[in-house]
Design a protein around this ligand. Sequence first.
Ligand code: XIL
Length: 297
Amino acid sequence: FIAKGKKYWGTATDIGLLLNNTVNEAIVRSQSFLIIHKLTPENSMKWDIIEKTRYAFNFIDSDYLVDYARSTGKLVRGHTFIWHSQLPSWVSAIKDAATLTEVIENHISSVGTRYSGRVYSWDVCNELFTAEGTMRYSVFYSVLGETFVSLAFNAVRKYDQTAKLYINDYNMVSNATQRFLSMINHVKTWISSGVPIDGIGTQAHLSAGVAGDVQAALSALAGSGVSEVAITELDIVQASPSDYVTVTKACLAVSACVGITNWGVSDKESWRTQDKPLLFDNYYRPKPAYEAIIAAL
Ligand code: XIL
């Protein structure tokens, strides 16, 4: 894949699946599997893991992931700074703007400085929009209003000058939905007011049969003024070969699309395990969708 226009294929993973699961780790490491050139920590960089208690940072799991990526020659997508979910209750309980601003700055400076130069990109903000196209309720939005977005992006840029800074969201496939339009409009406005947004990520936790919309969606997202777009958390209910091939070709066809990340390797460990949405089955055997992607490249 990387040879086809220098795009990456990646996977979400973390210390448990690398250190304690040798079969899984061999697939992640392998340079023959679609070439996994990029890793996203599935959970280890989320706020409730990395700073569960105020000012007490725990970098054990995230360091493992970043060090593993370095020693195996892979990129890292940092995931994620500002998200309403997997957020510790001490953050959610903050009521005043000055405290929340300081807490965001401190969190981003601590994590951003530690991994500066070692991550390819950061999902600075994750899942900001509702299906109706409004900004989702969160402590960030309720205490700071929309200004938390520029605060967060500027803070990450301050502590990491090289990472590509992303806004990431789900259900970004049909480009007629309110969430999709709101993303495009907000990103245009934020970029024109100087917020350093480099990329939009579309998670792509897809249902079956919608892959045909992905290429148009990627093009529309790229048209918002960002320099790149990415498919950041791909999994597809029942993993039909044609759906996977369609999504893969969509990224190849859109020059701004830098790569695809699958949200895990094996169906066994997928967060949607009952949907069997990944490229390897419960016994780590490649599935028809995997073979179909290889054949299509
Ligand atoms: C999921 C992880 O896969 C699970 O292990 C965890 O329990 C919950 O979060 N959108 C995101 C990801 O941005 O971080 C989520 O990952 C899936 C939805």
